[in-house]
Design a binder for this molecule. Structure first.
Ligand code: C2E
Ligand code: CA
Ligand code: CA
Ligand code: CA
Length: 274
């Protein structure tokens, strides 16, 4: 057992070092990339289940890396969180999203993602509201999604930020509901308007456990007078079930994949979004 342990270490370490090198390289590249505006938003439509019409878009970050190509958030968001660049990234996404949203009908809601780490900074609300004002977007068109990437370290700071946003008219959604990190605690401590049920539950509604979890989440949200968005809606069967169970909004590949800003605008004009 000892020998195989040693072997494992011997085989494991070079890869580990490689991983660490990649990581610190990515960190440098992230900082440079922010300076060079290599990050841009794509937009995934969110639909009202009853009417089948689009009600808004969620802004999702992408990184057009000069050598590595198009990178997805799962690679760079954790590094941006660890290195503290996440707020700069979020504010850049928000500004660009506001510019893009100016070409969409006023009734459409723009959703942006905020990591719990960012809520430690009580100035966040002021900075976000300033961007909305500068870009001419009314705060009641914005929804902030708090991703479940971690615990809220400082609930009081978080509450200050969210209260300011809310009193300006911004709505607050709790993202990835049902996965890890104290969803229920967030529900109790933060002023949430809506939950987004994590796609891992919605994708396979045919399994008994998933359907019970989704139904219980919907019931809980409704009892608390919260809105409910189901993520990861991939087929029309899910739409029917979710509608029956009282879920109001849906998002997922069934309705549409994330689109570039111009594709999103075209889809609205051309009516290709239902
Ligand atoms: P999320 O907020 O849960 O976003 C939904 C993710 O699910 C997106 O992945 C989207 O492309 C994917 N998705 C949507 N519909 C479906 C579906 O029907 N089936 C499947 N299999 N997947 C679907 P993406 O763009 O890779 O984003 C991953 C996560 O990165 C997001 O999860 C969000 O937590 C985080 N993120 C993205 N942009 C930002 C940002 O600007 N700031 C922060 N803090 N986090 C971000
Ligand atoms: Ca989200
Ligand atoms: Ca989510
Ligand atoms: Ca997620």
């Amino acid at each position: 057992a000892k020998r195989s342990g040693k072997d494992r270490i011997r085989h494991f370490r070079p890869g580990m070092r490689q991983g660490l090198r990649d990581r610190s390289k990515l960190e440098t590249e992230l900082r440079e990339g922010l300076g060079r505006d290599e990050f841009f938003p794509v937009y995934q439509p969110i639909f009202a289940l009853n009417s089948g019409t689009p009600v808004g878009f969620e802004c999702l970050a992408r990184w057009k890396h000069p050598q590595r190509g198009l990178l997805l958030p799962e690679l760079f968001i954790p590094i941006a969180e660890e290195t503290g660049y996440i707020t700069e990234l979020s504010l850049k996404m928000l500004r660009q999203a506001c510019r893009d949203a100016r070409r969409w009908p006023d009734a459409l809601i723009l959703s942006v993602n905020i990591s719990p780490l960012e809520l430690r900074d009580a100035n966040l609300a002021t900075e976000m509201l300033a961007i909305l004002k500068e870009e001419g977007i009314s705060p009641n068109r914005l929804s902030v999604e708090i991703t479940e990437s971690g615990l809220i370290a400082d609930p009081r700071a978080a509450d200050t930020v969210l209260s300011r946003l809310k009193s300006a008219g911004v709505s607050i959604a709790l993202d990835d509901f049902g996965t890890g990190y104290a969803s229920l605690q967030h529900l109790r401590e933060l002023q949430i308007d809506r939950i987004k049920i994590d796609r891992s539950f919605v994708q396979q509604l045919t399994t008994r456990t998933n359907s019970e979890i989704v139904r219980a989440s919907i019931a809980l949200a409704r009892n608390l007078s919260l809105g409910i968005t189901a993520e990861g809606v991939e087929c029309s069967d899910s739409v029917d079930l979710l509608k029956d169970w009282g879920c109001d909004l849906g998002q997922g590949f069934y309705f549409g994949k994330p689109l570039s800003a111009s594709e999103a605008t075209e889809s609205l004009l051309g009516g290709s979004l239902s």
